[in-house]
Structure formats: structure tokens, C-alpha cells
Ligand binder design. Structure first.
Ligand code: IPE
Ligand code: IPE
Ligand code: MG
Length: 236
């Protein structure tokens, strides 16, 4: 099972406490651990977290650089905790616009956890689904006989994904907004959407488990009727 999370609401969490936005991001980074551990414990195969969108570059430069410092530090500590839980780290998104220090901690984290056979933890940094889809099309335009499997492989290459992007089963967004914000547009074709008002720094293991419980109650039909067995898509 693949769960994707749009971790939204750090800024509002800070504003409510009259703190700078960066304090909200710090609190948000702390919330990540509990959710990663809860996901691994629940037997989730892949967890993809949206940490920084390509559009987030449009934020004030001080917030952007604060976020990158935090991400770099977080990756270092996350790597240690992932090793303890045999979780494999993979950062997806563009790498050509990241600073060398962050790139180094990404590569270190990925290399150190390469052998981990437990959950696959994907962190989306400088990610834009529209960019990925367009870039995959650009790379494939001279090839003939493109099919869905070739497209998905190419998308994984564009995203620096360790394995071809699995489809998302459950997408969780905290912070109350009900939109995708350019996250995993291809992969979410049949995702169950779970929107919660709780701000990301307040989202914890029990909120994650509640999302899983709600998912289990959904009736996924994939275009069929309720009584038919689940089968794969018949196109592409
Ligand atoms: C999510 O929280 C973190 C990032 C987008 C990096 P926000 O910073 O978007 O928080 P709000 O939406 O302003 O509350
Ligand atoms: C989406 O949140 C990106 C991340 C959580 C990293 P935003 O706060 O940037 O999304 P919008 O701007 O409200 O759509
Ligand atoms: Mg936001």
C-alpha cells in the first residue's frame, strides 16, 4: 500500500502561536517521525511525503533557505532513525536546483539506506507533478511504441525515484485545504483522498491510524460495480 501525505499547515500553526513561520516548519519536521514510525508499523510499503513543492520557491527567500537548512538537518537524523527501522529513503523531485549541501545529505541518506528492506520512505523536494509529466514526455518523444509501463519507468527516472512510482492508494492532506497542489498527479489517478483540518505539526500517529481506518471503510471500485472483483486497468 502506498500512502502519500501533503504536510500542510505549518505556517498557520506558527501564526496561531505568534511565532515566525520557521518555528512552524521546525514543529512540522518533528511531527514527521511519529508518522513515519506509525506507517512502518502499520505495514505500509511506500510513504511519500510532500516536503517542498516547485512552487514553494516563490516564498520569501528567508523562509526558503530556512526550510532547506531544516531539510538538510532532518535528513541526517532521519537517516539514522531509518537505519534503525530498516526504512529505505528516496528523495523525489528535481535535483538541479538544490544546493550542494542538501544534495550531499540526500545522496548520503539514500546510499546509507539502500540495503534497507522495510518501508520505502520517499520525500518530495522541489517536486512538481506537471514538470515530471512534461519532462517524461520530452524524454520519450523520439521513442516509438511507448506504453504505460515505459512511461512510468521514464517518470521514475525524471523523479529520481528508486523504483517506478507505485500508484497512490491513500492521499492525506492536513491543514484543511482540499487540493493536490501539483503532487503526484499521475500516481493519484485512483487514490482515496483524506482531508483533515488538523495542522501538520499536530498530526500524530493516532491521526494517521484514523486515516488508515477510514481508508479501510472505503469502497474502491476502479470503474466497476461493487460486487465485481478488483482487476487492473485495461488501457495503456
Ligand atoms: C507546509 O506548511 C510546509 C510547506 C509548504 C513547505 P505551510 O508553510 O504551507 O503552512 P500554511 O499553509 O502556510 O499554514
Ligand atoms: C503544498 O502546500 C506543498 C507542501 C506541503 C510541501 P502549499 O501550502 O505550498 O500549497 P498551496 O499553495 O496552499 O496550494
Ligand atoms: Mg500551505
Amino acid at each position: 500500500m502506498h500512502v502519500a501525505v501533503i504536510m500542510d499547515g505549518n505556517g498557520r500553526w506558527a501564526a496561531r502561536r505568534h511565532l515566525p513561520r520557521t518555528a512552524g516548519h521546525r514543529a512540522g519536521a518533528k511531527a514527521v517521525d511519529a508518522v513515519v514510525t506509525a506507517a512502518a508499523r502499520a505495514g505500509i510499503d511506500t510513504l511519500t511525503l510532500y516536503a517542498f513543492s516547485a512552487d514553494n520557491w516563490n516564498r520569501p527567500p528567508a523562509e526558503v533557505s530556512g526550510l532547506f537548512t531544516l531539510l538538510r538537518r532532518h535528513l541526517l537524523t532521519q537517516t539514522q532513525r531509518c537505519l534503525e527501522q530498516s526504512i529505505r529513503i528516496n528523495v523525489i523531485g528535481r535535483r538541479d536546483r538544490l544546493d550542494p549541501g542538501l544534495l550531499q545529505s540526500i545522496e548520503r541518506g539514500e546510499r546509507a539506506t539502500l540495503h534497507c528492506s522495510g518501508m520505502h520512505l520517499r520525500i518530495a523536494i522541489d517536486y512538481s507533478a506537471q514538470y515530471s509529466l512534461l519532462e517524461a514526455c520530452r524524454r520519450l518523444q523520439l521513442e516509438s511504441g511507448i506504453d504505460k509501463s515505459r512511461f512510468v519507468t521514464c517518470l521514475a527516472e525524471v523523479d529520481h525515484a528508486a523504483v517506478p512510482a507505485p500508484t497512490v492508494d491513500l492521499l492525506i492532506r492536513t491543514g484543511g485545504e482540499q487540493r493536490l497542489s501539483d503532487f503526484l498527479l499521475w500516481e493519484c489517478a485512483y487514490a482515496e483522498l483524506h482531508f483533515v483540518n488538523c495542522l501538520w505539526p499536530e498530526f500524530d500517529a493516532s491521526a494517521f491510524e484514523e486515516a488508515l481506518a477510514e481508508f479501510a471503510r472505503r469502497d474502491r471500485r476502479f470503474g466497476r460495480i461493487a460486487s465485481q472483483p478488483e482487476v487492473r486497468s485495461n488501457h495503456g
